[in-house]
Design a protein around this ligand. Structure first.
Ligand code: ADP
Length: 446
């Protein structure tokens, strides 16, 4: 087992990884920008290294600075968290070239899944069902028209290098196709430095259902059940639950078997998530994330597994030590992503936290790096806390989440707690009867 790990991230996820390291008896090295000198992940780490100025590209994305920090502190492995360098194949290679362990998949698998076109082709060859669409990149508008005629409007133009919902444009008819195609390409080029786009049928009422998997370095692959992440705004997740209120155990088992078989074939290792759209009883693969996800706690709550422990054990070369039949999912978990934003306009609201009182009690978990007096910097993602509730049933998890949201006190900045309180009262949410388009309409009408 490793003696020291460097955590190449900030905020709640840096703290989350630090907690797992502590429990495993591993010392931690925090890295931080000059904007994060007083951050909780720095205060609680065993050691810390400043890696640059506030802008992410100069600090949390500064690969040589992070590698140097690992080398001078004698860390043996690097955990990238999510976002930042977590899906950067060149970084994974650089880590290994310096005889450090990258806590994640191989650079080859990161690269394969990072290009969504390659990811889809690979999954198709492995027998995983896909959303109907273009077989590969769409290079010209003529090609776009030809494929759209075939799969029928509405269609979605998506960036091959996409992420965070960027570079995605819908066309409802042939008249709208040229604009969607050119806008998606321009946005993709600006955001990812790669303007390759592809096309999918735009599904009108899907749910977003994803499967968490774990794989060791010795060929064992298991899944930890699904998460329903259909509550989204601008293609970004707002609230997630495990399991999905929309699918049966038999459906989960069947999808799980297909996915674990596929990943075993390609020799995938460490944690990963396969994302699907689910509509008319059909699952269609959209992408794979080769890292820990923001919403991983809901899977932990229903499985009892600590996914970061598992990632670290796997990276150290340990076998999983259990099979699919040993994984027992029980109860229901919900996660609310709380951001420093106005709950109605979604305008960012960085600033100083005056009072901070997190909720507690049975079945309540808070993953956050906030404290009273902390100044939320304007430079990074607006996620400030994840509130997770667990219950033996979905109704119990909902009741706990409602009372936990009422207990949660964060003053000095605006947060999305009031939005979550409204969602938790909405009949459609309570009935589990929602698609990926529901929240957008709910927010517009509130
Ligand atoms: P990103 O990597 O940018 O997050 P994804 O491919 O994961 O992009 O898609 C993000 C979200 O966009 C999905 O969760 C879903 O809500 C929506 N979406 C993606 N593809 C489709 C599609 N073919 N039809 C309808 N909605 C889609």
């Amino acid at each position: 087992m490793f003696k020291k790990i460097l955590i190449a991230n900030r905020g709640e996820i840096a703290l989350r990884i630090q907690r797992a390291c502590r429990e495993l008896g591993i010392a931690t090295v925090a890295v931080h920008s000059t904007a994060d000198t007083d951050a909780m992940h720095v205060r609680l780490a065993d050691e810390s290294v400043c890696i640059g100025p506030p802008l992410a590209r100069d600090s949390y994305l500064n690969m040589p600075a992070i590698i140097s920090a690992a080398l001078i502190t004698g860390a043996e492995a690097i955990h990238p968290g999510y976002g930042f360098l977590s899906e950067n194949a060149a970084f994974a290679e650089m880590v290994e070239a310096h005889n450090l362990v990258f806590i994640g998949p191989t650079a080859a698998h990161i690269r394969m899944m990072g290009d969504k076109i390659t990811a889809k082709t690979t999954m198709m060859e492995l027998g995983v069902p896909l959303v109907p669409g273009s077989p590969g990149e769409i290079a010209t508008l003529e090609e776009a028209h030809a494929i759209a005629e075939k799969i029928k409007f509405p269609v979605l133009i998506k960036a091959a290098a996409g992420g965070g919902g960027r570079g995605m444009k819908v066309a409802y008819s042939a008249d709208e196709l040229a604009a969607a195609f050119h806008e998606a390409r321009a946005e993709a080029g600006a955001a990812f430095g790669n303007n390759a786009v592809y096309m999918e049928k735009y599904l009108d009422k899907p749910r977003h259902i994803e499967l968490q998997i774990l794989a060791d370095n010795h060929g064992a692959v298991v899944h930890i059940g699904e998460r329903d992440c259909s509550l989204q705004r601008r293609h970004q997740k707002v609230l997630e639950e495990a399991g999905s209120p929309a699918i049966t155990t038999a459906q989960r088992d069947e999808l799980g078997a297909t996915v674990t078989r596929a990943l075993k074939k390609i020799g995938y290792r460490n944690a990963g998530t396969l994302e699907f759209l689910y509509q008319d009883e059909q699952f269609s693969f959209i992408e794979m994330n080769t890292r820990l996800q923001v919403e991983h706690p809901v899977s932990e709550m229903i499985s009892g597994l600590d996914l970061v422990h598992e990632q670290i054990r796997i990276a150290a070369g340990e076998p999983l030590g259990y099979g699919q039949k040993d994984i027992h999912l029980a109860g229901h978990a919900i996660e609310c992503r709380i951001t420093a934003e106005d709950p109605e306009t979604f305008a960012p609201s960085p600033g100083t936290v005056v009072m901070y009182h997190p909720p507690g009690g049975l079945g309540v978990r808070v993953d956050s790096a906030l404290y009273a007096g902390y100044r939320v910097p304007p430079h990074y993602d607006s996620l400030i806390a994840k509130l997770i509730s667990y219950g033996r049933t979905r109704d119990e998890a909902i009741a706990r989440m409602r009372r936990a949201l009422r207990e949660f006190v964060i003053t000095g900045i605006k947060t999305t707690i009031p939005l979550h309180e409204k969602i938790l009262q909405a009949p459609e949410f309570i009935d589990g009867d929602y698609t990926i388009h529901w929240l957008e309409r709910f927010v517009a009408g509130q």
